[in-house]
Design a binder for this molecule. Structure first.
Ligand code: SF4
Ligand code: SF4
Length: 430
C-alpha cells in the first residue's frame, strides 16, 4: 500500500473543489441522513472536512474516512442547495475512487462488480437462473404491491419486502430493434438499465408503447450493460470503465436524436458521471461520451418537450387519486419535475394530488440501502408517512430504485397503495 503522503497528494487534487466549502452548514437542513442521525460526519460539511484533513495529512486513517464517505445516499440534496455551489457529488465520487484505489476493493465487491456486473452476458445468465429458482428462498407477501420477503432468516435480505426478479427480463420480452423515425420525425435509443430490465420490464414496455404511439423511431440493442453507478459508488473504476466501454460500443456511434431512459439514476449517471470519470479515455471515446451527455434525457422530458403529450385531459366519473415522489436524481440532479407530472395529468383517469415533502429523499441510495438498511428504512418511513397522509391509491415516481424502496416501506406498513412509474400511467391512456 502506498504511503499516507501519496494518498494525501491524490486527495489534494480535489483541493480546488474542497476549498469552495465555506463551512456554512446549510446542507444540514436538507440532508436526509443528517435528519435521522444528527451526526456531523454524516452531512456534506463533515465529510468535506474529513477529506480536507486527509489532503493535509492531519488524518492518518483513510479507512475511517472511506467508511464515513460511504455513509451517504449520493442524493445530491446538499449540492442542489449549497449557496457556494460546491460540487459535492463530484467530490464524493472522485474521493471514493481515490480511497478505493489506495485501500483496495474487498474480495466480495471484486466478485460482484468485476466478476458479475462487468460481464453483462454472464450477469444475465446468473439472474435468469435466480429468477427461476428464487421461489425457494423468497415468498410473496403483498399481491397489490407484488412484494416478497425472505423465507428464512437472512442477514442480506433482513426484514425487507422487495420486488422479486421478473420471470422474463425486458431483453427477452422485446427483441432488439432499429426502426426509422416515424410521424414524430425523431429517433431515440432506449437505455433500459438493470432495474427496468430485470425487475420492472413492464416499465420498459410502457416506454416502448409510448414511443411507438407517437411514431418515434427506436434503436434498442438487447445486450446492454449496467450504467456503472453501483461500481462507481464503491470506487471501483475498473468495473465502471468496462461497463461504460461496453455501452459505448453499442450506443457510441449509432445515429439517433436522443437517448432516453426510464431510470433517473441511469440518466444522471450517463449525463454527469460518465463525463466526470472519463479522464483517461481515448479522444474518440470522450467525444462519444460527450455526444451522449448532450442527448440523454428522461423519458418524461423527451415526451413532454420533444414530442408533446397535449394538455391535461378531463373525463367524468371516478378518478384514481395519485401522488408523485420526486426522485433525487431526477429533480435535484437534472431539474426534471414538471414533466413526469405532465405525463400523469395526461391520463384523464387519474387525479394528481401533491404529497408533503414530495422531493424529500426516499432513503434508497442504491448500495446505501444494502449497507445501512436500518437508516435507509428510517428515512423511507418518512416518505411512507407522507404517502399515507396524501390518501392516494397510487404513488408514482420516475426511478425504479425509488419504486423498490417505496414498495418496501408501504408493504412493511401494510398500506394498500400501488407503486407505479409515471410512464406506466401515461401509457395506460394511449
Ligand atoms: S457543502 Fe455547501 S452548504 Fe454545506 S457547509 Fe459547505 S458551503 Fe455550506
Ligand atoms: S448526498 Fe445526500 S445523504 Fe449525502 S451528504 Fe449530501 S444530502 Fe446528505
Amino acid at each position: 500500500m502506498p504511503s499516507i503522503k501519496v494518498l494525501g497528494q491524490l486527495v489534494k487534487e480535489l483541493e480546488e473543489q474542497l476549498v469552495a466549502c465555506m463551512r456554512c452548514g446549510m446542507c444540514q437542513a436538507v440532508c436526509p441522513l443528517f435528519a435521522e442521525t444528527g451526526r456531523e460526519a454524516d452531512v456534506a460539511r463533515g465529510k468535506l472536512a474529513l477529506l480536507d484533513g486527509l489532503a493535509r495529512e492531519i488524518f492518518q486513517n483513510p479507512q475511517g474516512v472511506q467508511d464515513r464517505l460511504t455513509r451517504c445516499l449520493l442524493c445530491g440534496s446538499c449540492a442542489a442547495n449549497c449557496p457556494s455551489g460546491v460540487k459535492v457529488l463530484d467530490i464524493f465520487i472522485k474521493a471514493r475512487a481515490i480511497l478505493t484505489g489506495y485501500l483496495g476493493l474487498s474480495p466480495a465487491k471484486k466478485v460482484i462488480f468485476r466478476g458479475l456486473l462487468a460481464k453483462p452476458a454472464f450477469f444475465n445468465r446468473v439472474l435468469a437462473w435466480g429468477a427461476k429458482y428464487q421461489g425457494i428462498f423468497v415468498k410473496p407477501v403483498d399481491d397489490l404491491l407484488g412484494s416478497s420477503c425472505s423465507r428464512f432468516l437472512s442477514p442480506l435480505l433482513k426484514q425487507r419486502h422487495f420486488k422479486p426478479l421478473a420471470k422474463s427480463p425486458l431483453h427477452r420480452l422485446v427483441p432488439a430493434q432499429n426502426t426509422p423515425a416515424g410521424a414524430a420525425g425523431k429517433k431515440v435509443a432506449f437505455f433500459a438499465g438493470c432495474l427496468v430490465d430485470k425487475i420492472f420490464p413492464e416499465v420498459g414496455q410502457a416506454v416502448l408503447k409510448s414511443l411507438d404511439h407517437h411514431g418515434v423511431g427506436l434503436y434498442l440493442p438487447n445486450d446492454q450493460a449496467c450504467c456503472g453507478i453501483p461500481a462507481l459508488a464503491a470506487g471501483d473504476t475498473a468495473a465502471f470503465d468496462k461497463l461504460v466501454r461496453h455501452n459505448l460500443a453499442l450506443f457510441g456511434s449509432e445515429p439517433f436524436d436522443y437517448l432516453v431512459t426510464a431510470c433517473a439514476t441511469c440518466t444522471a449517471t450517463l449525463k454527469k458521471m460518465w463525463p466526470l470519470m472519463a479522464l483517461d479515455y481515448t479522444a474518440e471515446e470522450k467525444s462519444q461520451i460527450e455526444a451522449i451527455r448532450e442527448r440523454v434525457m428522461d423519458i418524461s422530458q423527451f415526451l413532454v418537450e420533444q414530442v408533446g403529450v397535449g394538455e391535461p385531459r378531463v373525463s367524468g366519473g371516478d378518478k384514481i387519486p395519485v401522488t408523485y415522489h420526486d426522485p433525487c436524481h431526477l429533480k435535484k440532479s437534472l431539474g426534471v419535475a414538471a414533466q413526469p407530472r405532465a405525463l400523469i395529468k395526461a391520463n384523464p383517469r387519474y387525479d394528481l394530488r401533491e404529497m408533503a415533502e414530495a422531493d424529500w429523499c426516499c432513503g434508497c441510495g442504491g448500495s446505501f440501502n444494502l449497507q445501512q438498511y436500518d437508516i435507509s428504512a428510517a428515512i423511507g418511513r418518512r416518505k411512507r408517512d407522507n404517502i399515507a397522509k396524501s390518501q392516494c391509491a397510487v404513488v408514482a415516481t420516475g426511478c425504479p430504485a425509488c419504486m423498490l424502496q417505496i414498495t418496501d416501506m408501504l408493504s412493511r406498513a401494510g398500506d394498500r397503495v400501488q407503486v407505479r412509474h409515471a410512464i406506466e400511467i401515461y401509457a395506460e391512456s394511449l
